[in-house]
Design a protein around this ligand. Structure first.
Ligand code: PMP
Length: 359
C-alpha cells in the first residue's frame, strides 16, 4: 500500500493535480552545497574508477573514529537499505527466523520474505508508549531465531527506545546468543539521546546499520554503511564485489565532507525538523488525534479510534495530500504516517486538510 499510494500520487501529479507529498521519508531540502562541491571536486580529480569493495579507507577511518570501532569493522554500502539487505541475506540464508518489533519499516519484512526467511512480529502499542515487552520477546525466540531487528529511532513512530528497555533487549539477545541488527539511520538527528547498539560492545557482537540519507539530505546519492564483526564485513564486501563493486569514490568523498561538517549540518537540520514536529503535534492534538511526541525526525504516526487508514489515505489523496496508511507498517489500521518532509507552508496546509478529513 505504501508504494501503491506513491504511484497514485505521481499519477495525479502527472495529470496536473497539486499533491502535497507527506508519504515518503525523502527530505525536501537540498543536499548541503559543500557536499555537492566535494563530489564535483573529486570527479574533476579523476576519482571515477573502480575502487575497493570495502569502501575508501579515509571514509572508513572517519566512521571508525566516530563510532569507536576499528576500520576493519566498517564497510561502505550503496545506501543503508543495501547494507540491511546484504546483512539479512548473509545471516538468514538457508532459512531461520527474524524477530521484528512492529510498527516496522516495511523493507525488513519484504527483505526477509525475498530471501526465504520467516518473520516473527512483536507488536508494540501507542497506549504502552511503543515499548517492547521483554517477556514476550524472550518467549518468541526459538531454535531457528537468527536475528532481532531494532529500528532506533523508529520509522514510523519516531520513538527512541528507552535505555532500560534497550538494556533488557540486549541482555536477552546475549543470553540466547542472538544477533541484533540495529538500524540507527535517524539516530544522529534525534531530538533526544539515542543509545547506540555499539555502546554495549566495542567488539561488534551486534550490528549497526547507518547511512547519510537522512542526516545529510543525501537520499539519492545512495551511500550507507554497516559496522559489524570482521567476518561479516568481509562477507558483505564479497557481496559488493559480485554486485555493485563499490560506491562511486566521488560519492564517498562527498560523504566524507558531510562527516567533517557533521555538527553544523546535523544541528541545522534537527532544528528545522523540531519546528515541524511542534507544528504537527500542536495541530494534531487539537484535532483529537492520539500519538506519541516524536523523539526524532521526521514522522508522526497518529491514531484515530475506528479509523480505516487505507480509506482515509485514499480519500486524503483526492484532497491533494499523500500520507501512508498504518497498514504499511504492520497491523495498524487505525494509524497513518505523516512524513514532515515538505516545505513548512505546505505542511501547514496539509495538516489542516488532514484534521478536516478526520472530522
Ligand atoms: N532504514 C529506515 C528505517 C528508513 O526509514 C530508511 C529510508 N526510508 C532506510 C533505512 C534507507 O535509507 P538509505 O537511503 O540509507 O538506504
Amino acid at each position: 500500500m505504501l508504494y501503491e499510494i506513491n504511484e497514485k500520487a505521481l499519477k495525479l501529479e502527472s495529470e496536473g493535480k497539486k499533491i502535497i507529498r507527506l508519504n515518503l521519508g525523502d527530505p525536501d531540502m537540498a543536499t548541503p552545497p559543500e557536499i555537492v562541491e566535494a563530489a564535483y571536486a573529486s570527479m574533476k580529480a579523476g576519482k571515477t574508477k573502480y575502487a575497493s569493495s570495502y569502501g575508501e579507507t579515509r571514509l572508513r577511518q572517519k566512521l571508525a573514529e566516530a563510532h569507536g570501532v576499528k576500520v576493519e569493522n566498517v564497510v561502505i554500502t550503496p545506501g543503508s537499505k543495501w547494507g540491511i539487505f546484504a546483512t539479512m541475506f548473509l545471516m538468514m540464508k538457508g532459512g531461520g527466523n527474524v524477530i521484528i518489533p512492529t510498527p516496522y519499516w516495511t523493507a525488513y519484512d519484504l527483505t526477509a520474505k525475498a530471501i526465504g526467511a520467516k518473520t516473527k512480529l512483536l507488536r508494540t502499542e501507542l497506549e504502552n508508549d511503543w515499548k517492547v515487552d521483554l517477556e514476550a520477546l524472550e518467549s518468541m525466540i526459538d531454535k531457528d531465531t537468527r536475528m532481532i531487528i531494532l529500528n532506533n529511532p523508529n520509522n514510523p513512530t519516531s520513538k527512541v527506545i528507552d535505555p532500560e528497555t534497550l538494556d533488557g533487549i540486549v541482555e536477552i539477545a546475549n543470553k540466547k546468543g542472538i544477533t541484533i541488527l540495529s538500524d540507527e539511520v535517524y539516530g544522529t538527528i534525534a531530538f533526544t539521546k539515542t543509545k547506540s547498539i555499539l555502546e554495549y560492545d566495542g567488539a561488534c557482537r551486534h550490528i549497526l546499520s547507518n547511512g547519510f540519507s537522512k542526516t545529510f539530505t543525501m537520499t539519492g546519492w545512495r551511500i550507507g554503511y554497516i559496522i559489524a564483526n570482521k567476518m561479516l564485513v568481509d562477507n558483505i564486501t564479497k557481496l559488493n564485489q559480485i554486485t555493485i563493486n563499490n560506491v562511486p569514490v566521488f560519492i564517498q568523498d562527498a560523504a566524507l565532507k558531510g562527516l567533517e561538517l557533521h555538527r553544523e549540518i546535523a544541528s541545522k537540520i534537527k532544528e528545522k525538523y523540531r519546528h515541524r514536529a511542534d507544528l504537527a503535534t500542536t495541530k494534531l492534538a487539537a484535532a483529537g488525534f492520539k500519538f506519541s511526541k516524536p523523539d526524532a525526525p521526521f514522522y508522526v504516526f497518529p491514531k484515530l479510534d475506528g479509523l480505516d487508514s487505507e480509506k482515509f489515505t485514499l480519500n486524503l489523496l483526492d484532497k491533494g495530500v499523500a500520507v501512508a496508511p498504518g497498514t504499511a507498517f504492520g497491523d495498524y489500521r487505525e494509524h497513518f504516517r505523516i512524513s514532515l518532509t515538505a516545505p513548512d507552508e505546505e505542511i501547514e496546509v496539509a495538516l489542516d486538510k488532514i484534521c478536516e478529513a478526520a472530522q
